[in-house]
Design a binder for this molecule. Sequence first.
Ligand code: PEP
Ligand code: MG
Length: 906
Amino acid sequence: MGNKKNVYLFIKGKADGDAGMKNLLGGKGANLAEMANLNISVPAGFTITTEVCTYFMNSGGQYPEGLEKEVEEAMQLAGEAMGKTFADPKNPLLISVRSGARMSMPGMMETVLNVGLTSKTMPGLISKNGNERFIWDAYRRLITMYSDVVLEKAAGIEPEEGGGIRELLEKEMEKIKEAAGVKADTALGVEEMKMLCGIYKAKVKEILGVEFPDDPMEQIWGAIGAVFTSWNGKRAVSYRNIEGIPHDWGTAVNVQSMVFGNMGDDSATGVAFTRNPATGDNYFYGEFLLNAQGEDVVAGIRTPQALNEVSKMSGSDALPSLEETMPEQYKELYEIRNNLERHYRDMQDIEFTIENHKLYMLQTRVGKRNGIAAVRMAVDMEHEGLITKEEAIMRVRPDQINEFLLPMLDPKDEEAKQSDKIATGLPAGPGGAVGQIVFTADEAEAWAKTGKKVILVRNETSPEDVHGMHAAEAILTAMGGMTSHAALVARGWGKCCIVGCGALNIDVHKKQIEVNGRVLKEGDYISLNGSKGTVYTGKLDLFLVDPAKNEIFQEIMKWADDTRKLGVRTNADTPEDAAQARRFGAQGIGLCRTEHMFFGPDRILPMREMILAETKEDREKALAKLLPFQRDDFKGILRAMKGLPVTIRTLDPPLHEFLPHEPVNQGEVATELGITVKELRRKVAALHEFNPMLGHRGCRLGIVYPEITAMQARAILEAACALKKEGVEIYPEIMIPLIGTKAEFENQKAVVIKTADEVFKQEGISVDYLVGTMIEIPRAAITADKIAETAQFFSFGTNDLTQMTFGYSRDDIGSFLPEYIEKKILPVDPFQSLDQEGVGFLIGHAVEKGRAANPNLKVGICGEHGGDPASIEFCHSVNMDYVSCSPYRVPVARFAAAQSVLKEKG
Ligand code: PEP
Ligand code: MG
């Protein structure tokens, strides 16, 4: 490491680094260098590289050889640029020492300001600056920060709650204020400040056992070491775990000349965005405080003033703007804003300070924004000629597209109400919701009928809860994973939903939830962020945008459609869902799950008769009652999707799911069916399976009871013939679930073909249709070449394929998944984002072998992964024809499919 450059200087007009060097200089350091190169006024300074941090970590706190000399030289040059000298008694330079990682980790690491103030340098500063109180106040701030960051945290001291040195010092400040009879810090005079500094130093000695350092060099090395050490502080480590930031990156340290926004009324400090980050509107947006330091703006102690007239609209309208107060500096800042946007070609988040009328830029970085703002900025910037259409598409994360479709919790309100957060679960259905807690589906429906907005809270949901789920604004469950019933249903409707929220102890009888010591009752308000999985008590603000009326949204989606190669279909079981998906741009149905159609009140009885039938004749009688319902269902769906392909799957779930298991319900059902409760119980028991997911379901039902498949095929094809007679264009595709062998498929295909022939003869016309299969059992994927000899399409059922490849029950993964993620055994929930290495291997193999055996084979995916951007990228890479997902994920999928093409291009 001896010859390596460890220190990179930045001085207005000239820097050693540039914006491309984020890995080495961190984001802040690289951008300070870039601004210096752009001849923008940055306070001179230097960056110590991230490599020094990793060296420091790996060597137990040692620095590489030569670093000390490099720092001294850089300090000399930075001082010269500012016309000052570090540690000089007459004209001393003061510096700040800040962290700066490759990716921003806001507030996770430490900062020390005003380094260089000592008993020797202070008199020089006072005589030069003339403001004695100001210098003592700066010294007080240095003692507070330094003792907290360097002498306590970096030294590994973990004080008890409330016993940290910062708090103890602040208490001393309170005492002095009380004695002086004042409320604000600013009301304390010079003598009080001096006294306070003395008390502070004595307290530091008493509590931490060390003298506060009076040597500028000791101060600076203490601060540098503490900032490096803070990379491995608790907060930073857990933030990296959450954000997936590698622990071996390290942070850079930026040492920079201090400039003061609190030198009087000709000084100020502020933060701004080159465009509005909440709406994307193209105007300079920000706020500032006169006579204040940067931390005062963020801390929210004083109400900041707006930067200009347009920023005034969003809040602090009464006070004069910077444009009015300091027009010259505002003009200069505005030019820098334009300059930075042109240069970076993206919205920047900037920090500035004005010291005695002189403007300095302290930071610029790409600004964070919500989805709506991201799309607006991307489209506007393309119109302005700043970026290409491709860049515009890549500027928006696919999940941000969702924000156009759903109500959302207002991010500002969420930030303000962090203390109301009570629990976190899996983000199963996106968007936000606010409502009153109810514990049963019936109550949800009843309350909703009276106009109340409710959130249905349950341990888990079942098909019997669907009416209440529908009536509720959102669903919250304590159990279940991303493919649980609640998650599937909610996602299908685009409804906000959080599942697997293990911290909730729900007592349905007492109608209350106990969560981390708090008790919530029926009727209490909660707010959910289904995109993040966070639950708050009380009411947060919601807002909504209409995508159909949003030209900007339509425009970027058109660019995405022109770019993508993958088709996007939807998983829908009702004409309403199909129509909704079509409005969102779906190009057909990739999965219509017919089992959901048997739960209606008029269908469940004949369905149960069918299941309980002892003879084929009895079964056929019951099926004949179901046929007209099914035919109507299919007519509705095929009509809603006219002109587009519709894949309908034959019955999949085990039959016992349709029977009542609770004794109370059994009495009722037995009466309806005209049998005794005992008889019903015997039959329910006979259908009991130890492992229903691996039991008598999917094509196994149709093979044992071919009349079920025949009835469904008949219903589909009779509906198709009737529509064709009306002149409606239809493209039915019949799909056989859960096959593992070619023989299983051929058996079911024969039933479909025989039925089709009968129907066409009876109707006097024929329709084109396809027969294909789900690939959701590993054996089917492995032997795909054989199956493709007779199947016309494959649709990957990656919910089951994941379940069976890993051997994890898709409904029970919640019991161990959090530990698996925490221990890094799994990177993510494999039911949410496709396991490309394992499950993906089977898919890749099946597509290749299947197409080799049958070049016309259509290939798609209809598991939950079909709406997940990373999984969609994989589907693109193995050349699938389409992905299919719930209606509300269709736009996201269209967008992710376009990004897949652009990422492949590189
Ligand atoms: C699948 O298994 O991925 C699938 C789509 O079928 P289901 O979720 O209905 O089992
Ligand atoms: Mg399946």
